[in-house]
Design a protein around this ligand. Sequence first.
Ligand SMILES: C[S@@+](CC[C@H](N)C(=O)[O-])C[C@H]1O[C@@H](n2cnc3c(N)ncnc32)[C@H](O)[C@@H]1O
Length: 230
Amino acid sequence: MYQKSAPESIQEMFATIAPNYDRANTTFSLGLHKKWNRKLIKSVGEAKTLLDLCAGTGEIGFGFLEKHPHSKAIMLDFCPEMLAVAKTKGAPFEGRYSLIEADAQVLPLEDNSVDAVTISYGIRNVKDPSKCFQEVRRVLKPGGRFAILELTRPTNSLFRLSHKIYLKFCLPLLGKFAAKNLDAYRYLSQSVEEFASPKELEKKLIDSNLTPIKKISLMGGLSTILIANS
Ligand SMILES: C[S@@+](CC[C@H](N)C(=O)[O-])C[C@H]1O[C@@H](n2cnc3c(N)ncnc32)[C@H](O)[C@@H]1O
């Protein structure tokens, strides 16, 4: 079983699903993730250099470059197989992006070196989110923006209960038959169920000297965008 206390197992899981990641994402979210990704990109605004953490196949980084033709993006992920898929999409953005294989908790970047940072569906998988936030604070220029997009639990109690049932029973079954990877989807369910609430994440941001400025709840809290300034 995959466990975030054993990061190698998470790396291994993403390596296994990398070739089908984009297709599976579209199927399981019914395309909603694309709309939410656009919202995340909009929330960081214009930035000369964006650092996208847990960049995966580059959906956020390339989406950002498409919207801002004069900007650059650094896409960082610890799974080389995910970055290899990102590379196949890079031709239209040649010279404007770099791919870095590294851990989001130890950023190989200078202090005050980037204008904005994003992380989408990544922080839930990081062993110590606070360590990541402290690194974000270090590399962000003063006044820079940090935006997090993550799967969360609905706030309405009835919706929350049906969400819990979907996560526990339906999603693993879909994962088993549609994606042929029961364990990966079991991990996905468990990680959403056990992860910190938006409120707890905001507290971790404050403790890392970042200032939360906005929270956007998507589809009754199925996903949340948190925006903070350095
Ligand atoms: C669910 S995918 C999200 C990919 C992309 N951000 C998106 O929205 O499509 C999570 C990604 O986080 C990466 N990841 C997880 N923990 C990480 C860590 N500690 N450091 C760097 N990357 C990590 C995984 O390799 C994977 O590519």
